[in-house]
Ligand binder design. Structure first.
Ligand code: GLU
Length: 330
């Protein structure tokens, strides 16, 4: 008797399952797609950027059925790897890192990441170097013998720092005491005199440099320029000249902007992420760009056209569908 009851219940359950499967997709109204965006440390600009993108999409949850969350991560390289492996659906990544991943360079040497897809580009990021006034460092060449945070493994800035140092003839393994801690920890170490300087590739203003320049230890932004850097920019087309707008950090020692080079932040995904999800995110960000730009001062210079530059991976079909529909790409 028990057995008969059990199998009747099982048949009923199986039947119900079949009915659910047979229903058109729209009728399963409770279906929500969960996606996560990999960002960076919480004192950077990626973290609030992930939040800004998530807000645009979550505001339309009834329309799209997408629930977007944000994760603090180690940065660009970590995000690219997690997106490709499917641990994250989306990630922020420097344009140079996107290029290297697609072309099998640096961290991806001889391993081109074929599944990586571009969605759009975002704010400019500057390779930013600060040093304590006490260290006496006023130029990148003066970092020799100093204790310098070059960036944690998984970050975008680590390779940018190494490139800049090598360009001016500094071997990061021999000529400096290189630290590799996360950007969020560097300002505290600088203020406490435990490091002399640190590099961070980030949009401005950022919490990291506010914190680095706001304490009792006087801190200076240091320029990364000169003919060796010009040569580097010619060799690596993904780098472009830029400046750090020091007026955003009024308590820094500097009184004029400092020269350096930088990249664009980009938004990436994987070929495996569904077209309708990527389409919805792209559409919401582009159609509400004015509102989006109000969410962080680093987005000041964003334009729709500029957001289509700096992508080296294939554009995801969901994003492409929107760009064609909006007439942004023919
Ligand atoms: N550019 C940094 C990286 O790729 C992150 C900057 C940020 O979090 O705003 O690791």
């Amino acid at each position: 008797m028990k057995k008969a009851l059990f199998s009747a219940a099982a048949m009923l359950a199986a039947g119900l399952f079949c009915v659910l499967l047979a229903l058109p997709a729209g009728a399963q109204s409770a279906k929500t797609t969960f996606v996560t965006i990999g960002t960076g440390g919480i004192t950077g600009v990626y973290y609030p950027t992930g939040g800004a993108i998530a807000k645009m999409v979550n505001d339309k949850r009834d329309k799209y059925g997408i629930r977007c969350t944000v994760e603090a991560t180690a940065g660009s390289v970590y995000n690219v790897n997690s997106v490709v492996s499917g641990d994250l659906e989306f990630g922020l990544a420097q344009a140079d890192r996107q290029y290297q991943a697609v072309n099998g360079l640096e961290e991806w040497k001889d391993k081109p990441q074929k599944e990586l897809r571009a969605v759009f580009s975002l704010h400019p990021e500057a390779l930013t170097l600060v040093a304590s006034e006490a260290s006496g460092v006023k130029d990148i060449r003066e970092l020799k013998g100093k204790r310098v945070n070059i960036g944690n493994p998984g970050s975008g800035q680590r390779q940018n720092s190494i490139d800049a140092l090598s360009a001016v003839g500094i071997d990061f393994e021999k000529d400096i005491k290189a630290e590799q801690v996360k950007a969020a920890e560097a300002p505290g170490l600088l203020q406490d005199g435990r490091i002399d300087a640190f590099f961070y590739t980030v949009g401005h203003p950022s919490g990291a440099f506010k914190e680095a320049t706001a304490g009792a230890t006087k801190v200076r932004f240091v320029s990364i320029s000169g003919h060796e850097i010009e040569k580097l920019l010619k060799e690596k087309p993904y780098y472009a000249k830029t400046t750090v707008p020091v007026k955003l950090y009024p308590t820094a020692v500097n009184d004029a902007d400092v020269e350096t080079f930088g990249v664009k932040a980009t938004f990436v995904t994987s070929a495996k992420v569904a077209e309708d999800v990527v389409y919805a995110i792209t559409k919401e960000v582009f159609e509400n760009l004015d509102e989006f730009k109000k969410l962080h001062p680093a987005y000041e210079s964003l334009t729709k056209e500029g957001m289509l530059e700096g992508m080296s991976a294939e554009i995801h079909p969901g994003a492409m569908k929107y760009y064609k529909e909006a007439g942004l790409i023919k």
